[in-house]
Design a protein around this ligand. Structure first.
Ligand code: GDP
Ligand code: IMO
Ligand code: MG
Length: 430
């Protein structure tokens, strides 16, 4: 029977999912992305080189691993080709990659509309990646979207493209944006079909075949639970569900297969884009952590906002996504601070809340209840065993476990594959 592991982001994205997926991908037969698109930016570092992936799964560096872009994703084929070209330039030429024929396609007008919606929102803008993710998911659910499999049937593609353009051109015009002509789009996408066509297939079939064998399968989440369209800080969220719960739908498998969820969380918090962030730090302290952690967006280069570890969020996410273990990331970044803090509750209108409220109006009023613990000065970037961490660092880990009631199964002490401490036996044996 196969072994499965779901790697999900547990905060506001950029927790280090790429690093953890790559770490396990060395041993995995298959890596599957099941939601999101090229709004993701997953960094992988090994042998002194750094790679950045947007829509391609982080198993791409292991020639033996089958990489799958599942039906739950929104796939921008132009971006996929550009990513593959970049990987080729970096010497990554031997890989296996398949794209679901059911995956929604991100078209050029989606990015145009993403930009236009944001511009219209003025001060209330979401701060999206402007990759067209929201408009592409909206079209999927409005049933006017194109799908990757359509590229394989030129006549059907033409029909769908005509239908989409009829509606999209009205929308584009209403925003004062240029319209799209059928023929140039059609020709361009037929060229794309020639390049990517051989990779487009019924990926649910591939995954289910792997599930029925002894395969080790990793499901790589994108974004983070607080950006979830259902459970995140709505409307300052992305347009998909990063939870382990979206794996079955987004990969085309039965939910019964999901039984091992690794919640990737930074040892502090970051957020890019707008929206409330209860433990946010400002000034010198935020600056110090941002610089040490190189906290600038992989996709947009924006400086990431910085905050203390939010255990209210962690408990909420553990409840929603069934986290079995935390992977506590960027732990090295906290070395050198005099004290470190953890948020254990939110104080709001004289009440202490133990979970985020549903509206951002209320969340914006929440003040973090913080506990303060001694920091540690030692450089921990070479530590490979939990026991060798400074006592204060161990205490910090134990406190997170105690408050969240979820064990810390992995600790990351640097961006490189090797800078990883594995505590959980189950994860060590994956
Ligand atoms: P993802 O979107 O969740 O895959 O995360 P990103 O790749 O966008 O952002 C995480 C950043 O932290 C990347 O630059 C990683 O190389 C880096 N990183 C990951 N783990 C560690 C760690 O333990 N320590 C440090 N210093 N950097 C890390
Ligand atoms: P990874 O997979 C961090 C944020 C954007 C914005 C909001 C909506 O690298 O963790 P969108 O373009 O999705 O409509 O933007 O979500 N966002 C991310 N933040 N990491 C990501 O992905 C993100 N993907 C989207 O900044 O606030
Ligand atoms: Mg990222």
């Amino acid at each position: 029977m196969s072994e499965r592991l779901v790697v999900i982001g547990s905060q506001w994205g950029d927790e280090g999912k790429g690093k953890m997926t790559d770490y396990f991908a060395c041993r995995a037969d298959m890596v599957v992305r099941y939601q999101g698109g090229n709004n993701a930016g997953h960094s992988v570092v090994f042998d002194g080189k750094k790679y950045s992936l947007q829509s391609i799964p982080s198993g791409i560096f292991n020639p033996k691993t089958v990489n799958v872009m599942g039906n739950g994703m929104v796939v921008n084929p132009v971006s996929v080709i550009a990513e593959l070209e970049k990987l080729h330039d970096q010497g990554i030429t031997d890989y296996q990659l398949y794209i679901s024929d059911r995956a929604a396609m991100v078209m050029p007008w989606h990015a145009d509309l993403d930009g236009a919606f944001e511009a219209k929102k003025g001060k209330g803008l979401i701060g999206t990646t402007k990759k067209g993710i929201g408009p592409a998911y909206s079209d999927k659910y409005s049933r006017v979207g194109l799908r990757m499999g359509d590229l394989l049937e030129p006549e059907y593609f033409a029909e769908r493209l005509n239908a989409a353009l009829e509606i999209k051109n009205i929308e584009l015009e209403s925003y004062g944006l240029p319209k799209y002509e059928f023929q140039p789009v059609y020709d361009r996408y037929m060229e794309i079909a020639r390049i990517l066509g051989p990779r487009i297939t019924d990926t649910s079939k591939l995954i289910n075949e792997a599930l029925r064998s002894d395969a080790k399968i990793l499901f790589e989440g994108a974004q983070g639970m607080m950006l979830c369209i259902d459970h995140g800080t709505y409307p300052y969220v992305t347009s998909s569900t990063p939870s382990a719960a979206s794996v079955p739908v987004g990969a085309g498998i039965s939910p019964k297969w999901i039984d091992n969820v690794l919640g990737v969380a930074k040892a502090y918090c970051t957020r890019v884009g707008e929206g409330p962030f209860p433990t946010e730090l400002f000034g010198e302290q935020a600056h110090e952590i941002r610089e040490r952690g190189h906290e600038y967006g992989t996709v947009t280069g924006r400086p990431r906002r910085i905050g203390w570890f939010d255990a209210v969020v962690a408990r909420y996410v553990a409840r929603l996504a069934g986290i079995d273990n935390w992977a506590l990331m960027l732990f090295d970044v906290l070395s050198g601070l005099d004290t470190v803090k953890i948020c254990t509750g939110y104080e709001c209108d004289g009440e202490i809340l133990d979970a985020p409220p549903s509206t951002i109006a209320r969340l914006a009023k929440c003040k973090p209840v913080l506990i303060e613990m001694p920091g540690w000065k030692e450089d921990i970037t070479d530590v490979t065993e939990f026991e060798d961490l400074p006592q204060a660092a161990k205490d910090y880990v134990r406190k997170i476990e105690e408050i969240t009631e979820v064990p810390v199964g992995m600790i990351s002490v640097g961006p490189d594959r090797k800078q990883t401490i594995t505590i959980s036996e189950k994860l060590a044996n994956f």
